[in-house]
Write a protein that binds this ligand. Structure first.
Ligand SMILES: [Zn+2]
Ligand SMILES: [Zn+2]
Length: 304
């Protein structure tokens, strides 16, 4: 039976469809479903809370133990990057009334996806989904570098002249929408449990802020940590102005994909303190204001 969202409880998970509400849930629908529903109901707070917490932690850490001296004024960059973050949140909420996590619940109810077909329990299905979604994001990142039309949009992320915690959320809204569509496709294909999709999104957000941050964790700690997660030193190589370096280290969460597909580069040629961040043709901060950044893929294609 298809559960129906009632009017009271579904906050962020409401499904606005012309035929009226199609999902609702009651207690007693089963433990896994309850966990999924709790996560869907509170997804926005879970995501917002973790974003604010990790952002604050990284921002303070960057002041206490910076890895590099930033080359451009922080104020203008932070204004741009945080405005883009806010814009992306709005885009996500208004373009997709059907939340990706709610889509996972619909897939579950209809028995769609590989894990449902194979009757894989929620926990292993969720963990596997997180790993496979991470692989998909790695592949998407490679494609966004290699295919010209996608690079115009992803390239905006790379025009930041410094790299710090705010760079981790500086993505063009078109890239955000494309990425969400890809993730929604994977959810239906795999039958990803709703809780694990929200967990993946929170993880991706947190690791993105962590691995873009301008923090010093020490080379010994970095060496061990980068065996299990992408570290700031590892991702910074990807923001190098040198083409061979920015065409490496595409991973966001797990560092294994880069090693597996031979796109791993340990350190930047010029060292972390002296390396130049950004793209060769976009060096003037005055031409990288908020409105220009959004229009960059349309106005400055030749420079990419
Ligand atoms: Zn990139
Ligand atoms: Zn990046």
């Amino acid at each position: 039976m298809l559960p129906v969202f009632n009017a009271r409880g579904c906050g962020s998970a409401s499904l606005f469809v012309p035929t009226g509400p199609i999902l609702s849930y009651t207690i007693g629908y089963g433990k896994v479903l309850s966990v999924n529903m709790f996560v869907i109901d509170n997804a926005i707070w879970i995501r917002l809370g973790s974003f604010a917490g990790i952002f604050l932690l990284m921002a303070v850490w960057e002041i206490a133990a910076p890895r590099r001296v930033l080359r451009t004024p922080k104020g203008a960059r932070w204004f741009n990057n945080l405005s883009i973050t806010a814009l992306n949140s709005l885009v996500g909420r208004f373009i997709f009334p059907l939340q990706a996590a709610a889509l996972a619940l619909v897939a579950q109810e209809r028995g769609l996806g590989l894990f449902h077909y194979l009757n894989v329990p929620s926990l292993p299905a969720g963990v596997l989904s997180i790993v496979l979604l991470d692989l998909a994001i790695y592949l998407q990142h490679v494609v966004f570098h290699r295919v010209r039309v996608f690079w115009y949009f992803h390239g905006m992320h790379h025009t930041d002249l410094d790299i710090d915690v705010t760079t981790g959320a500086r993505f063009h809204p078109v890239e955000i929408v494309l990425s969400l569509l890809i993730k929604m496709g994977i959810i239906v294909l795999l039958g990803t449990p709703a809780w694990s999709f929200v967990a993946f999104e929170v993880l991706l957000n947190a690791t993105s802020m962590f691995n873009h941050s301008n923090i010093s964790i020490g080379t010994a700690v970095d060496r061990v940590l980068r065996l299990i997660v992408v570290t700031p030193d590892m991702h910074r190589v990807h923001h190098s102005v040198i083409i061979g370096e920015h065409d490496s280290n595409f991973g966001f969460n797990l560092p294994w994909w880069d090693r597996l597909f031979h796109t791993y580069k340990g350190q930047p040629r010029d060292g972390h303190r002296d390396m130049v961040i950004g793209l060769a043709n976009f060096r003037d901060p005055k031409r990288l204001g908020l409105v220009r950044l959004i229009l960059l893929p349309f106005l400055e294609r030749k420079k990419f």
